[in-house]
Design a protein around this ligand. Structure first.
Ligand code: ATP
Ligand code: MG
Length: 275
């Protein structure tokens, strides 16, 4: 059954969102760069939605706005039908970079969000350990981030957001730095958590296969100024086994997403970003 049939409550409603940056041109003069314009998107509660689109189209910008780390210049964003600015809600973001605190051990990195929430020391440690185990790094709790490989640091960043247990998970290419096997393990673990905890997930990836494998829907963005160009329902049964991945339906979706990316990349003259 498709998730949209299970629950049609809109968790996030974005309307006519605009974001414009001031950048310096080659002559050193300020000029506007419109990154998001007419950006409309509904994310259903409990849905796994992936943003896909050319490099620089504004995916991270939208995630940062939703996370409250940046502000839109226009339009409206509602979370649970209330304006984003008016409420603080539980959102957790996994960034494109790891964003770990170098002066804290791994276990203490996992405890940051829980500390802010005022959770007791014992519970913090227990939750942090459980989530470190989930990503296979229990043995590293007393190491510092610089003592871990890139892929391990990314797994810590994922464990940290899971420990925080937000209602909305914002994930910006969280698996890009991982080796193929770890990536697959993490995808399975993420789906397990999503299904068990009924989280709403907004995910960004450059991998078409990853998008099809994980998502209920893929929202495809145009190049700058970025807006949602098309929404593709991934109507494949779960779990998406090897058999499903090799199915005609899977490869048809892959083909149509490729065609969209190629079209945008040609428009954007940045074809290289996807190969
Ligand atoms: N703080 C900023 N100041 C000026 N320009 C910015 C800022 N942040 C982002 N941009 C510009 O906004 C555009 C969109 O950036 P963004 O990081 O959202 O792209 P993206 O879709 O996430 O790309 P990628 O797939 O490469 O991660 C880019 O042209 C970038 O240079
Ligand atoms: Mg990005």
């Amino acid at each position: 059954m498709n998730i949209l049939e299970k629950n049609d409550k809109v968790k996030v409603r974005a309307r006519s969102v605009k974001r414009e940056f001031q950048i310096k041109n080659r002559q050193g003069k300020n000029q506007p760069l419109v990154v998001l314009e007419d950006f409309d998107l509904d994310i259903q509660e409990g849905e796994f939605l992936t943003l896909l689109g050319p490099s620089g189209c504004g995916k991270s910008t939208f995630l940062n706005i939703l996370a409250g780390l940046d502000k839109a210049d226009g339009g409206d964003i509602l979370v649970d039908e209330k304006p984003l600015e008016e409420r603080s809600y539980d959102r957790g973001i996994v960034f494109q970079s790891y964003a770990l605190l170098p002066w804290r051990t791994i276990i203490k990195n996992l405890e940051v969000g829980l500390e802010i929430r005022g959770i007791s020391k014992e519970t913090r440690r227990e939750v942090a350990r459980k989530n470190l185990e989930r990503v296979g790094l229990a043995a590293y709790e007393n190491q510092y981030p610089h003592q871990l490989s890139g892929g391990m640091k990314q797994r810590v960043a994922i464990a940290r957001v899971l420990a925080y247990d937000p209602a909305i998970l914002l994930m910006d290419e969280p698996f890009a730095a991982l080796d193929a096997q770890t990536r697959e393990d993490m995808q399975i673990e993420l789906l397990r958590i999503w299904e068990a905890d009924k989280k709403t997930i907004l995910f960004v990836t450059h991998s078409i296969d990853e998008a099809i494998l994980l998502s209920d829907r893929v929202a495809f963005m145009s190049s700058q100024p970025g807006h949602i160009r098309e929404i593709i329902e991934i109507d494949l049964p779960r779990p998406r086994t090897e058999e499903i991945r090799n199915s005609v339906e899977f490869s048809q979706i892959r083909k149509s997403l490729w065609a969209l990316l190629q079209e945008e990349a040609l428009l954007n003259q940045s074809y290289g970003a996807f190969i």
